[in-house]
Design a protein around this ligand. Structure first.
Ligand code: NAD
Ligand code: ISD
Length: 431
């Protein structure tokens, strides 16, 4: 790094970091005023690509094609962009400590760097099966997916598996489980997805929604093992060969990919600023994304912020790229202009699997649900209703206009008519 003192120091090089630096530069941060420290070997990129197009057998996404901010409709910032803007970007460097009282950060390369404003964007890390003490979980051939190094290892393993039985086991039926399961299947692998719940994506899908996707996966040749826990992995010569389920059933495969959730990387701020001890955890921030120390902001997956709208009134943390982009932009705006209103985030998720694509806006918490449309035409959805208001909306196969209409439903929370299911998309479109 050119200097060891910066006006703005960004910790982490993920999605939120990329958008924070973009906003700092757009708002006029000068050359050598901004630095980024990340343990990743490359500058920030759009993480969603890793579980989706990165795994495609044909025309896969590869860097530098998806550096931030291309996913948010902005320019692609590769290393030369940071150099040109005078941003000191330190890759392959781990932050080892933060001292809020001295306003300094230490790194594993032995540096001590001081800051005026710190943007903490260290994200989340995959929950590991070794954390639960699952026997054999440290065998080679068991993969997690969070960063481009993980994704490259999986791509390499897919190539190797072709020379063996070409079988893969996926542990977890959430985002990683569904997206990576589809990606492995597209590579011609014989895929089994193992998950403890009754159906896929239980935290969001209703049984009706799940039924459609489960049938789709099965029609593609994917085996689904619901209500199943992996209790042990067996291997040969240190490499995984078998996943043992609680039922005693054994599934053989060349590779195992695990997606059983993520944990926010709060540790470096422990004792320095207030953390949210209760679920969902995270670094506690106010509506300006500012921690209990006014010179430290937290953004992206790691930040727990107050959310008052959309029938929700609580501290909220969202591991999603839309929140990474928006919270990063908002923190920098608030840093430059304290009159910036509080962060107002509409919870949002999307996924793309096979030739399908769904979007969800709002909340499904403590809601009843009303299905609409026709699953056989791959165009259907569900409204989520709380206290007579529509507070969440899900749509498979929507056009841009239809998705925008769904978003408006979740934003405005209209009263739910008795014939909501019959009105279906029409209800959203006429708002
Ligand atoms: P997730 O929370 O979406 O799914 C975790 C799954 O693992 C659930 O089915 C859960 O019940 C299951 N599980 C939990 N403990 C288990 C155990 N011991 N054995 C077997 N299964 C177990 O988390 P994820 O899929 O790992 O994704 C990690 C992070 O990446 C999340 O923050 C997610 O939001 C994000 N992500 C998002 C997208 C998207 O938005 N499209 C895509 C990929 C990843
Ligand atoms: O939309 C997404 C997606 O596909 C991800 O991988 O958000 C995530 C990140 O986990 C959020 O940072």
């Amino acid at each position: 790094m050119a200097a060891s003192s910066y006006k703005y120091l960004v910790l982490g090089g993920g999605n939120a970091s990329g958008y924070a630096v973009n906003e700092l530069v757009e708002r006029g941060a000068g050359k050598s005023e901004v630095a980024v420290i990340t343990d990743e070997p490359v500058v920030a990129y759009e993480r969603p690509a890793l579980s989706k197009a990165y795994l495609f057998p044909d025309g896969p996404a590869r860097l530098p094609g998806f550096h931030t901010c291309v996913g948010g409709g902005g320019d692609k910032h590769d290393k030369s962009w940071y150099d040109e803007k005078g941003v000191d970007y330190k890759t392959s460097t781990k932050v080892t400590g933060v001292d809020a009282s001295k306003q300094t950060v230490t790194t594993d390369s032995g540096e001590t760097i001081s800051y005026e404003k710190l943007i903490y964007a260290l994200g989340a890390r995959p929950v590991k099966l070794t954390d639960f003490g699952t026997k054999g979980a440290d065998l080679k051939g068991i993969f997690y997916l969070r960063n481009v190094v993980d994704a490259d290892a999986i791509v390499e393993a897919i190539g190797q598996a072709k020379k063996k039985s070409n079988k893969a086991t996926v542990i977890g039926g959430g985002y990683i489980g569904m997206e990576v399961g589809a990606g492995l299947n597209k590579n011609g692998m014989d895929v089994t997805i193992v998950f403890p719940e009754k159906h896929l994506m239980e935290r969001l899908f209703t049984p009706e929604i799940a039924q459609f996707y489960e049938q789709y996966y099965q029609d593609k040749g994917v085996t689904l093992k619901s209500g199943s826990l992996a209790t042990e992995f067996k291997g040969k010569d240190g490499v995984v060969t078998t996943t043992v389920l609680k039922s005693g059933e054994e599934i053989e495969s060349d590779i195992v990919v695990v997606g059983v959730g993520a944990r926010p990387n709060v540790e470096l701020l422990k004792g320095q600023v207030d953390l949210l001890e209760d679920k969902p955890g995270g670094v506690k921030v106010n509506g300006k994304l500012q921690t209990s120390n006014p010179d430290i902001y937290a953004v992206g997956d790691v930040a727990a912020f107050p959310l008052q709208n959309y029938g929700l009134n609580k501290m909220f943390r969202q591991e999603h790229v839309a929140n990474c982009r928006q919270s990063a932009k908002h923190a920098v705006a608030a840093m430059f202009d304290p009159s910036t209103p509080d962060y107002d985030y509409l919870p949002y998720f999307y996924s793309r699997i096979f030739d399908l694509g769904w979007q969800f806006y709002g909340t499904n918490e403590d809601c009843s649900h009303v299905f609409f449309g026709d699953a056989s035409s791959k165009k259907f959805g569900t409204y989520f209703v709380k206290d007579g208001k529509v507070v969440g909306a899900f749509l498979e196969g929507g056009s841009n206009e239809e998705n925008a209409a769904l978003k408006k439903v979740a934003q405005t929370n209209p009263s739910a008519p008795d014939d909501l299911g019959t009105q279906g998309l029409e209800f959203a479109s006429k708002l």
